[in-house]
Design a protein around this ligand. Sequence first.
Ligand SMILES: CC/C=C\C=C\CC(=O)SCCNC(=O)CCNC(=O)[C@H](O)C(C)(C)COP(=O)(O)OP(=O)(O)OC[C@H]1O[C@@H](n2cnc3c(N)ncnc32)[C@H](O)[C@@H]1OP(=O)(O)O
Length: 327
Amino acid sequence: MIPSSCRLLYKISKSSKNLASKGLSEFAVSHQNGIMKNFGSAAVDSTSSKDNIQFETLSVSVPSEFVYHVQLNRPDKMNAINHTMWMDLKKCFSVLGEDENCRVVVLSGAGKLFCAGIDLHDMIQVGMKLGEKEDIARKCKILKNLITNYQESLTAIEKCPKPVISAIHGGCIGGGVDIIAAADIRYSSSDAWFQIKEVDIGMAADVGTLQRFPRIIGSSSLCNELVFTARKLPAEEGKDCGLVSKVFNSRESLMEASMKLALEISLKSPVAVQGSKQSMLYSRDHTVEEGLNHIALWNQVMLQSDDFASACLAQATKGPTPPFSKL
Ligand SMILES: CC/C=C\C=C\CC(=O)SCCNC(=O)CCNC(=O)[C@H](O)C(C)(C)COP(=O)(O)OP(=O)(O)OC[C@H]1O[C@@H](n2cnc3c(N)ncnc32)[C@H](O)[C@@H]1OP(=O)(O)O
């Protein structure tokens, strides 16, 4: 039986040989360039999704290499989610999920607050459309399509293999809570508050809060209370119950910390980070045994990637973090 440390050393020495055959000096130069690039201003090439996708209701920017900032951008309407924004969210996160220039996304809201939930004027339009149909089955078809369509918009955030950090300031209401529940990490400013507002507009939440929120905060009692009463949950209480992991004094410090976290994640191996997100998501909805099988299958492929060899080598030799190529 070969001890695992020996196997690791064997792997490292093999990868060193690979590096030698590729030319260590070439590796060192590209490594150096990569580090410099990582700390320089964003270098966006022509295939970047930033150049390819423009949205009416979202603003997308690239504050540093591999870090994307998506902002809900209807500040005059408190970032209420109208039909266009639902569609924009779906497209944006699907495109970023595929974009090799994107490794992590910060999601925030422009203006006074993060998000005022679904656009209530849109809901009136939906009511009018339903009124045009006589038959219940035809009315149901309209609603079923609408609801599943909007569910898919937020599931696109969850399914995006890149970590999504939501940075929440001011109010986060109704559909806003559905959005942040689909994100991977939640930071907020101290003025933030969260409201599962749906019961106040006479509906059960239907685009993710009731499925995701209970798994995030852990306490079913608190969850039920918030869902049944629409009570506003202040930031500090949000931190106590695990909805947000950090609370910052100001919006500026919130954004600074969110970007810093995003930069830190962007410097890690995208193979490792994206594999971790996908494994955790899979494991959330499966048994431990199924989750273990899933990651065993996954890693029998991914441990053959250059990222594993170069990161192991750096750790074993106490060298600097290597640059990782685009994924
Ligand atoms: C298939 C279904 C899928 C999802 C369902 C989700 C359900 C929900 O999202 S429930 C939650 C619905 N949202 C609300 O009930 C919030 C309503 N808004 C407010 O309570 C307030 O506007 C506020 C967010 C607390 C902000 O108050 P204030 O600072 O006083 O600003 P206002 O003057 O009220 O608003 C400015 C401007 O924004 C418009 N607006 C705000 N929220 C919405 C909204 N949800 N939908 C549409 N428009 C909204 C408001 O009308 C104002 O517009 P003007 O044109 O300037 O009048």
